[in-house]
Design a protein around this ligand. Structure first.
Ligand code: CA
Length: 517
């Protein structure tokens, strides 16, 4: 009887709340590898992103939002579980356990219509979604295949445009009696950075400014920076640089040619075929890389504009929270690199722009430290659902309201595992405060300390400096405390799960019954 009274009271209070302030719809747009350095709202020197800038100007920009393991699959698992990799079991490219309850189940259980479109990259099928249609693994840029429970379809066209269209269709056909939680996950601007034809042509004519740290000599930093293989100059292949193979090569030789890193390139400059070597070639590689990367970003910006306009035109502007983020940052030539993985700022920092006219004042910004573990608790908070205790982030809703609670976190913990792995990036963990960062490459037992105020580009390792000894001791103690609090006992120190997420999904073996192709 008592239980019934309590349940009735809860139902009534939910109903009352719904009548006065309906829960917001959530459109969560996430791209893959889009760094803040390539977003106008974050002060980009390399491109213009009018739609993303508008999203930020009409709402909130978080200036210190970080991935806790800066790599695609783990970041996605953290997004869904609100947990660090050592808790959610996805430290590398291994499948998320499909039996695990995620934020999608919880949003659906709390009455939301849930959908997931685009890049999933978590191996096992999405769970907890009323509707899903995803790319297999990384997916293709052109004429991509997408699949759902019933099979696969091939869509003619450019992947960013297709994911936008599919998201719009989902929004259009959604049940109107429930709020929605729709995840639109773009593949772009992930490697191999294939822009649409329009933006390929447009960006090929541009000269992109070089970042001040492009020619960083890595002196004084850990060996990890010299051992990595994510150098624009030493590791981008002819395939990455979109060079055309000679016509007379056999298929095997053609593949080998594409996989090689060129040490000289013949290129038309001012109408003249010119052979590029050395520093000239390095500069050219940076330009080729950035032209393609930024061309991909431009379609993403268009997509965000199109989705915002659709919401506005359909009377959904006021009470829909639109979030734009990326699964991590990316090196756009900083320290001479591409890719991510490192705890350095360009790679671990995530964009976070959010518009919600009913709940966020336009032009808001916050420097509070946020992490991708916070996203799931934020969604649940907005849904009025319980935030489970095993989630390791906290709701960002107070930041939406322009408040920073007194007990807000003053430091964040980071851990990267994929070693040995792609790009030979060494495993490491570390702590970041508002002003400093301490990193431990634990296999070689090497440390880095950066003063982020004096040295925002992270060029000067202060770890061994006598005047920093006290700070180092304090940060090491805080780091150990964070590891204890978060339950990181080195679960994956000795053995990593196998990389499995890129294997062919079984739905790919059958054509979708609705497929027109
Ligand atoms: Ca990524």
């Amino acid at each position: 009887m008592l239980a019934w009274v309590v349940i009735t009271a809860l139902v009534l209070s939910d109903t009352c709340q719904a009548a006065t302030s309906p829960r917001p719809n959530i459109l969560f747009i996430m791209t893959d590898d889009h760094a803040t350095q390539a977003i106008g709202a974050y002060g980009s020197r390399v491109n213009q992103t009018p739609n993303l800038d508008r999203l930020g100007a009409q709402g909130l920009r978080l200036d210190r939002c970080y991935a806790v393991n800066s790599i695609c699959t783990p970041s996605r698992a953290t997004l869904l579980t609100g947990q660090y990799s050592h808790r959610n079991g996805v430290p590398v490219f291994n499948d998320i356990d499909p039996a695990r309850t995620t934020v999608a189940h919880r949003m659906r259980d709390s009455g939301y219509y849930t959908a997931m479109i685009g890049k999933w990259h978590l191996g096992s099928d999405p769970q907890g979604f009323d509707h899903w249609e995803i790319l297999p693994g990384q997916g293709r840029y052109n004429d991509p295949v997408l699949y759902d429970r019933d099979g696969h379809r091939i869509y003619k066209g450019y992947v960013t445009d297709i994911i936008t269209r599919l998201t719009r269709n989902v929004l259009q056909k959604r049940p109107k009696d429930r709020p929605f939680f729709v995840m639109c996950h773009h593949k772009a601007p992930h490697r191999e950075w294939t822009p649409s034809d329009r933006y390929r042509r447009e960006f090929a004519l541009k000269t992109i400014p070089e970042p001040p740290t492009l020619w960083d000599d890595h002196v004084g930093r850990a060996d990890a920076l010299r051992e990595q293989r994510q150098s624009i100059f030493k590791n981008l292949s002819r395939y990455d640089l979109k060079l055309t193979p000679p016509e007379d090569l056999s298929p095997t030789d053609r593949q080998r040619w594409l996989n090689e890193v060129p040490t000289e390139v013949s290129w038309m400059i001012d109408g003249q075929p010119t052979v590029l070597r050395g520093r000239d070639l390095d500069r050219w590689k940076y330009q080729r890389y950035m032209q393609d990367y930024l061309g991909c970003v431009q379609s993403v910006d268009d997509s965000v504009g199109e989705l915002m306009e659709w919401l506005d035109a359909n009377g959904l502007r006021e009470n829909t929270l639109v979030i734009y983020t990326s699964d991590q940052g990316f090196f756009l030539g900083e320290h001479g690199m591409y890719d991510k993985r490192f705890m350095y700022e360009p790679s671990s920092r995530m964009p976070f722009l959010a518009r919600w006219p009913a709940g966020i004042r336009p032009g808001s910004t916050s420097e509070a430290l946020a992490i991708n573990c916070d996203f799931a608790p934020t969604f649940l908070d907005l849904a009025g659902a319980r935030i489970p205790e095993d989630m390791q982030g906290r709701s960002l809703v107070p930041l939406f309201q322009g408040k920073r609670p007194a007990e807000w976190r003053s430091e964040i913990y980071y851990r990267y595992y994929h070693d040995p792995g792609h790009h030979n990036t060494r495993a490491h963990y570390g702590i970041r405060t508002a002003t400093h960062k301490l990193i431990h490459y634990w296999k070689a037992d090497q440390w880095e300390l950066f003063d982020l105020v004096q040295d925002p580009d992270e060029l000067r390792n202060r770890f061994g400096d006598a005047d920093q000894a006290e700070r180092v001791a304090h940060l090491r103690q805080r780091l150990r405390k964070l590891q204890t609090e978060l339950g990181d006992t080195g679960q994956f120190t000795d053995e990593l799960p196998k990389d499995t997420v890129d294997r062919r999904p079984r739905q790919m073996d059958r054509k979708h019954p609705d497929s027109e192709l």
